[in-house]
Design a binder for this molecule. Structure first.
Ligand code: PMP
Length: 307
């Protein structure tokens, strides 16, 4: 489990530091107002012995957009961002285990938007190589906040408080993840991933304007679906459409493509054949077994790897 790991090093203040040294002051806005923006990124071992991080440029650009929307200065160039990630991952990597990393801009100086300064922090965690288990999905009573209050487009920690409440609610109903509806009562996304639904052979997903994050994985699965000859449509999705869907999956950098076995306690009535094929194609491409031109990997050769 990611949250129980305390890896030896963290990138903070422009260099690698020990886990215990990587702290923030109680007085800074990152702590008092939860002010940060972040990206969750994922890397996979490649067949040639290199390690590849997927879609780094897109994560960098989305981090920049989140920072801009919250008036947080983001000084690092793309090359500096990549170097910080490669340095940390290169130090922590273990043979045969993938890594998930979080790149966060924490606001360390400033007051109500004046004299704001931020520090880029990278933390990284090991993950076993495995296809995710099927999950039970519920629909939460908690709601995705509107663009006019806390925009889903900003990837900031405070946006995840409603997701946390939804997961607490879900746990009591044996659901591993929950769908958040938007202010119009339609599907927005899950707590840390987007929703894919299949009806009559077509994959549907709600667009970002329905309160979903501008997902990098949705862009990937859309490209994969197109090259597999599967129709992929972004349009609003009603709650009841999800309840009668043929197949459902959640998708995201960390969730990858995770198939759903039940929705609101009702087992899905079909084998998830289309989304299973998409899941297979996803893993083939991110693991470099059958590369896809849309799935760019930022690869590096680790210097020494821990057994
Ligand atoms: N929605 C939320 C709330 C998320 O946290 C994530 C994960 N970043 C996603 C959707 C999926 O986004 P991506 O595919 O870019 O990881």
């Amino acid at each position: 489990m990611i949250q129980l790991q305390k890896p030896k090093f963290v990138y903070m203040g422009g260099k690698l530091r020990s886990w215990d040294e990587a702290t923030l002051h109680v007085g800074c806005e990152a702590v008092t107002r939860g002010l940060n923006v972040f990206e969750g990124i994922k890397g996979y071992w490649q067949p040639d012995g290199r390690f590849g991080v997927i879609k780094l440029r897109q994560h960098y650009e989305r981090l920049r957009r989140s920072a801009r929307l919250l008036h947080i200065p983001f000084e690092q160039t793309y090359d500096e961002y990549v170097k910080a990630i490669h340095d940390l991952l290169g130090t922590l990597l273990e043979t045969d285990r993938d890594m998930w990393a979080r790149t966060t801009l924490y606001v360390t100086e400033g007051y109500w938007g004046e004299n704001t300064l931020a520090d880029l922090v990278v933390t990284a965690y090991h993950q076993d190589k495995q296809i995710p288990d099927l999950i039970n999905l519920g629909v939460s009573t908690w709601q995705r906040s509107a663009d006019i209050s806390l925009p889903a487009r900003i990837k900031t920690s405070t946006n995840y408080q409603v997701g946390r409440l939804a997961r607490i609610e879900g746990r009591a109903r044996d659901c591993q993840d929950m769908v958040l509806l938007n202010q119009w009562g339609r599907v927005s996304e899950a707590t840390g991933s987007c929703i894919l639904m299949v009806r009559e052979g077509i994959i549907y997903t709600p667009p970002a304007t329905e309160g979903a994050l501008e997902s990098i994985t949705v862009d990937i699965v859309e490209a994969l679906a197109h090259s597999m000859g599967i129709k992929f449509i972004r349009r609003p999705v009603d709650r009841t459409e999800l309840l009668v869907a043929d197949e459902i999956a959640i998708c995201g950098t960390l969730a990858e493509v995770t198939l759903v076995k039940s929705i609101e306690g009702l087992p899905l009535h079909k084998e998830p054949s289309i989304l299973k094929a998409l899941q297979n194609r996803y893993f083939q491409s991110v693991r470099g077994i059958e590369p896809h031109p849309f799935v760019e990997l930022s690869c590096f050769q680790p210097k020494r790897v821990q057994a």
